[in-house]
Design a protein around this ligand. Structure first.
Ligand code: PHE
Length: 446
């Protein structure tokens, strides 16, 4: 698709914001944030995370959309075009494509877990489960690599199908299902508070003891800020490339950041009261989404239906994220090699599916794959390294290497006077310095 003027566009400003929120809100908020915040002792970790969201995440979300809308290309194409074929920046574009491929591979496997929990809730298999044995059930499921391959395959088929249909399908579905998920999360948090009280959860979340935080925790908090906002891999560059010129990027960025953060915090409020209230033993914190809620639903009338609905909506939130992960890969194949979208989707999906299968088989299917532990490795490398580094470079690219005129063209007159000067300082100095300091700290430089 060499003629960029023919790119499809979002139907409206709201449609665009919703699709971006769909990308941002996903397993990162509902599955990952509660468990890594729990692992890292709460308060101090959450503070660093929030600082990273507002000082680094928000400015970079704006930068990615500005770059994408200006270049009207995928992330690699954007770097290539705006840097006038500079080798270094083209390599950064490739790093983005690598991150998207790697994240999607393991993300789709975890998304598959939610399908299993959806199905088993629906047919009533969890109705007698207790807090004592829910961990065991989860363990035996994630120890079954073949089952996970099945669900991962299903998930990749859904993702590829929607990516093929273009952006319209994404908008329509997210518009209805995401608000329902938000309401359900709020409701479940209310039930948890009602059943087990809120005080311990609040003191855990807002207790700022910085001695609990490790070097790894600091990097993880910053890395997760990128992960949860879908940043540092050009996903928002691609979404921005479909954005009509009259839509305010600043407004979209504000909405995405606020809603994403809200859902992540609410997700903790769903699970922590249960953990603290039942004095549950948490052997594997990555399991808490599944071990706490699947049992609590039994306390509600029609609990299995509410449970099924909940896991289905989480699966859907994951789907609106996997779509946004496959899209950069497909548009890269499509625009770089002039391969038609259909074929590009097939190639991209098969590649991701294959890596995902290796991830899934690593969960107990064979010693060889378990030793490889590809899933943990890909999660660690992308979330902690390639996203923050990619994001830092994107900030520097927008701040110093693209002409001021090109960047300013993407802001309205009012934004240029009120917002731009502050954003410019953030994107040039504050955001990259923040990430760099954290990386150097982790590397032991100070
Ligand atoms: N932001 C998504 C989540 O929190 C994951 C994601 C990462 C999506 C990077 C796109 C790009 O679940």
């Amino acid at each position: 698709m060499s003629d960029t003027t023919q790119r499809t566009q979002w139907s409206s400003s709201l449609g665009f914001i919703i699709a971006c929120v769909g990308s941002a809100v996903g397993l990162g908020n509902i599955w990952k944030f509660p468990y890594i915040a729990y692992e890292n002792g709460g308060g101090a970790f959450v503070t660093i995370y929030l600082l990273a969201i507002f000082l680094v995440g928000f400015p970079i979300i704006v930068a990615e959309m500005v770059l994408g809308r200006h270049a009207k290309l995928n992330s690699y194409g954007t770097f290539k075009k705006l840097s006038k074929d500079n080798k270094f920046w083209k390599a950064v574009g490739l790093l983005c494509i690598f991150s998207a491929t790697a994240i999607l591979s393991f993300y789709s496997v975890v998304a598959g877990w939610t399908l299993d929990y959806f199905w088993n809730s629906l047919v009533g298999n969890f109705s007698t489960m207790t807090f004592e044995n829910s961990g065991e059930r989860f363990g035996s499921f994630v120890g079954n690599g073949y089952k996970q391959v099945f669900y991962h395959t299903l998930f990749m088929i859904f993702t590829a199908f929607i990516v093929l249909k273009g952006t319209k399908g994404i908008e329509k579905a997210v518009k209805i299902l995401l608000p329902v998920l938000g309401a359900l999360v709020l409701f479940i948090a209310g039930v948890s508070f009602y059943n087990y009280g809120a005080s311990e959860t609040f003191s855990f979340m807002f207790h700022f003891d910085f001695s609990t935080i490790t070097k790894h925790g600091v990097l993880e908090a910053v890395g997760h800020a990128f992960f949860t906002l879908s940043l540092g891999l050009g996903c928002m560059i691609v979404y921005g490339s479909y954005l009509p010129s009259n839509v305010s990027i600043v407004r979209a960025g504000i909405w995405i950041t606020i809603l994403d953060t809200l859902i992540a915090v609410l997700a903790c409020f769903m699970m922590y009261p249960i953990i603290f209230g039942t004095k549950m033993e948490v052997n594997e914190s990555a399991a808490i989404l599944f071990t706490t809620l699947s049992v609590q639903f039994n306390s509600l009338p029609g609990g299995n239906i509410i449970a099924a609905l909940f896991y289905l909506l989480v699966a859907f939130a994951a789907l609106s994220s996997t779509i946004s992960l496959l899209e950069p890969v497909v548009s890269f194949i499509d625009e770089t090699y002039n391969i038609p979208r259909k074929k590009g989707t097939l190639i991209g999906s098969l590649l991701v599916w294959f890596i995902g299968v290796i991830c899934a088989l690593g969960n107990g299917a064979s010693d060889f794959f378990s030793h490889l532990a590809l899933m943990d490795k890909l999660d660690y490398i992308t979330s902690n390294w390639t996203l923050p580094v990619g994001g830092m470079l994107i900030a520097l690219f927008a701040g110093f290497f693209v002409s001021k005129k090109d960047i300013q063209a993407e802001f309205s007159q009012a934004e240029l006077t009120k917002f731009y000067p502050l954003w410019n300082i953030c994107i040039r100095y504050i955001s990259p310095a923040f990430v760099l300091i954290v990386i150097l700290y982790k590397l032991g430089v100070f």
